[in-house]
Design a protein around this ligand. Structure first.
Ligand code: THU
Length: 160
């Protein structure tokens, strides 16, 4: 038996002002994307801004439904839109911002397991790391690859 340890690296910023101009822009777009949230049931507004490798920006927001499981998270609305409309363009960075009843979470909202799995799929498809930025009012976290949010990813290699 051997005991192993995982080392997960991420950056934490006190505010967007500490980030690169490109990342600042994406953070602002994630916040703006919250306006598209349709969340009459949870009142939790999530916005996503996805930058593609060619600079294209795709925005997403959570969409709820009276039949709860029929709704979709903000991240996946953006990821699936990019997959459907820009299938050959790799993904660069996904910024996510979540607010509870209109108030941005102090500690950033973290993507659910299904969204992490979908991020992992596109990262694998394009063969390059997808960066993820989680936006909160007191801190912002930046991960340089999906693996750092979803260790031991299940991907197509397991089906070879
Ligand atoms: N939600 C997202 O949009 N992204 C996440 O990663 C977590 C949760 C949405 C789903 C639902 O509309 C609301 O937040 C409350 O769960």
């Amino acid at each position: 038996m051997s005991e192993l340890q995982l080392n997960i690296k991420y950056e934490e910023f006190a505010s967007a002002a500490e980030m690169s101009p490109d990342d600042q822009k994406l953070v602002a777009l994630a916040l703006e994307s919250q306006k598209g949230s349709y969340s009459p049931y949870s009142h939790f507004q999530v916005g996503a801004a996805l930058k593609l490798a060619d600079g294209t920006i795709v925005k997403g927001a959570n969409q709820e439904n009276a039949a709860y499981p029929s709704g979709l998270c903000a991240e996946r609305t953006a990821l699936f839109w990019a997959g459907a409309n820009y299938p050959d363009v790799p993904l660069d960075t996904l910024a996510i911002a979540g607010s509870d009843h209109g108030v941005l979470c102090e500690s950033p909202a973290s993507p659910c397991g299904s969204c992490r799995q979908v991020m992992a799929e596109y990262q694998k498809k394009h063969g390059r790391p997808l960066k993820v930025i989680l936006v909160g009012s007191k801190r912002i976290r930046k991960f340089h690859k999906v693996d750092d949010l979803l260790p031991f990813i299940f991907d197509s290699l397991h089906m070879d």
